[in-house]
Design a protein around this ligand. Structure first.
Ligand code: SAH
Length: 472
């Protein structure tokens, strides 16, 4: 009976306003997550070594930004710091370029969507967010329909994904009627949080008083309270469903190179030959990060590690272990096998990662094996599985059929088919994007069965997406 309600959500509704990405022009553009040759020439010619005296790592570039705007302001700011204090880690460079409070890319520009620098699955098709909404409802039911839950999204971009999820919650309001639902958005960019507020509340969000952990709050168009925070630690404890779509790839990475003298960290420095141009160099000796992050059994010659992603996954796993819930992570990535994946995007084109910092999106593939390790056994993990498998298991084919049947004109039908192809085609987003979940152990193994394998307790429902969604 409960699953037939989920089936109702798949069959309900019509296609909403067309999304720009579905236009036939779109497939000719490079995708942010699409495998591409990165610009950074790290693996080919040997990198210069930074002068030992100048290498004060992670020191200089953390300060306040210049007040003046303009594309060159961030570069001048970085160049001055690098001259004064020596090279910085790639992580420090990436953090400055993306989230510096004055000049950072996300702070000022935000970039998601057709008019921006890259396009994401929820911006391509409404179906993506609808199926994720169904995933949360299906897990909420499988976990015994707790009387309250928080939907917590990390890095919500334009707010489109949450909007699509909330529409599903509204369609299934008879199922959720006794459940107290609230939405909690973790967003560092003031510009994007404004866009999210317009999208989700019709612009009726208010700044919160200083003493509250949220910096803004409002009510969704469907009547659900929404709160904004800068950090996951500010989100109140409680039963929560977490969502991170194309979030972890935006977090700062450290890069390491194997050399004849052992592992060295890749740093960003000012090029002495060309004024105000940045270049990669190698640390003259091991750094604290080489010692902490490279495993003795490592076989690759180049490794990227994102400690911030590790810390966030640890927090999510602890929160789920203590208060219940689940986390769904979707991103492009690998399982500890890839090497140099650091790349930049501007106006939907690949962009040199060291050129005009602050004006381009910087990103690196997510290492799911590292995320799994950082959950530290506090939760079970599922995946990564390919986006096309996850969406197929969630019923995307049935959803497409319904939308096609409900749309009268040929142009709309063509757009629906194009956006389906973008999400599912293995050559496009189908194979390079992955889904990964954190779930309480008892969701996968019945507590009775853990202690007494012969126990007769009924089997637990399979986790949707990672298994086929049962619609009967
Ligand atoms: N999930 C959205 C947007 C992805 S872009 C989508 O799929 O369309 C990355 C998002 O993460 C942006 O909203 C950006 O502002 C946010 N972000 C980047 N670094 C962050 C950080 N350290 N903390 C919180 N949000 C961050």
């Amino acid at each position: 009976m409960v699953l037939s309600l989920v089936r109702r959500a798949l069959l309900a509704g019509r296609r909403r306003l067309p999304r720009p990405a579905a236009s036939p022009r779109f497939p000719s553009r490079p995708l942010r997550g699409h495998p591409a040759e990165p610009f950074s020439p790290l693996l080919s010619p040997p990198l210069p070594t930074a002068p030992a005296a100048a290498a004060r790592l992670c020191s200089g570039v953390g300060g306040e930004a210049e007040a003046a705007g303009g594309a060159g302001a961030m570069l001048r700011h970085l160049a001055r710091k690098l001259r004064a204090s020596g090279p910085v880690t790639v992580a420090e460079y990436m953090r400055e370029a993306l989230t510096n409070p004055g000049q950072g890319y996300y702070t000022r520009r935000g970039g998601v969507g057709e008019s921006g620098d890259f396009i994401t699955s929820p911006e391509i098709s409404q179906v993506f967010g609808e199926l994720i909404g169904i995933w949360y409802i299906s897990e909420w039911m499988a976990m015994g329909k707790p009387s309250t839950f928080q939907l917590v999204e990390l890095g919500p971009g334009r707010g489109t994904l949450t909007e699509d999820i909330l529409r599903v919650f509204k369609q299934l309001s008879s199922v959720l009627s006794k459940c107290d639902v609230s939405v909690h958005l973790v967003e560092v960019s003031p510009k994007l949080s404004e866009i999210q507020a317009v999208m989700l509340t019709g612009g009726k969000a208010q700044p919160s008083p200083e003493d509250e952990s949220a910096y803004m709050k409002g009510i969704s168009k469907t009547g659900i309270p929404i709160f904004w925070y800068r950090d996951i630690q500010d989100v109140p404890a409680g039963y929560s469903f977490y969502l991170a779509h194309e979030f972890f790839d935006a977090l700062p990475i450290h890069k390491f190179q194997r050399t004849e003298k052992g592992w060295r960290e890749v740093l960003v420095d000012i090029d002495p030959e060309v004024p105000d141009q940045l270049r990669f160099v190698l640390s003259p000796s091991r750094t604290p990060a080489t010692q902490n992050f490279i495993q003795p059994e490592e076989t690759r010659d180049h490794v990227e590690v994102c400690p911030e992603a590790g810390v966030i996954v640890q927090r999510l796993a602890s929160r789920i272990e203590k208060d219940g819930g689940a986390a769904l992570v979707a991103d492009y990535g690998h399982d500890g096998t890839k090497t140099d994946t650091f790349r930049g995007f501007r106006n939907h084109k690949l962009h040199d990662v060291l050129s005009a910092p602050g004006t381009a999106d910087l990103t690196a593939d997510v290492d799911f094996s590292y995320l799994r390790k950082m959950a530290q056994g506090k939760t079970a993990t599922l995946g990564p599985i390919k986006q096309r498998e996850f969406l197929k298991n969630m019923g995307i084919d049935l959803r497409l059929q319904v939308l096609l049947q409900n749309s009268g004109d040929t142009a709309t039908r063509e757009q629906l088919l194009h956006s389906y192809d973008m999400l599912m085609n293995p050559e496009k987003m189908g194979d390079c994007f992955n889904f990964f979940a954190l779930l309480p152990h008892h969701r996968l193994v019945h507590p009775d069965k853990k202690d007494k394998p012969e126990s007769k307790s009924p089997p637990l429902p399979p986790v949707a997406g990672f298994n086929e969604l049962l619609l009967k």
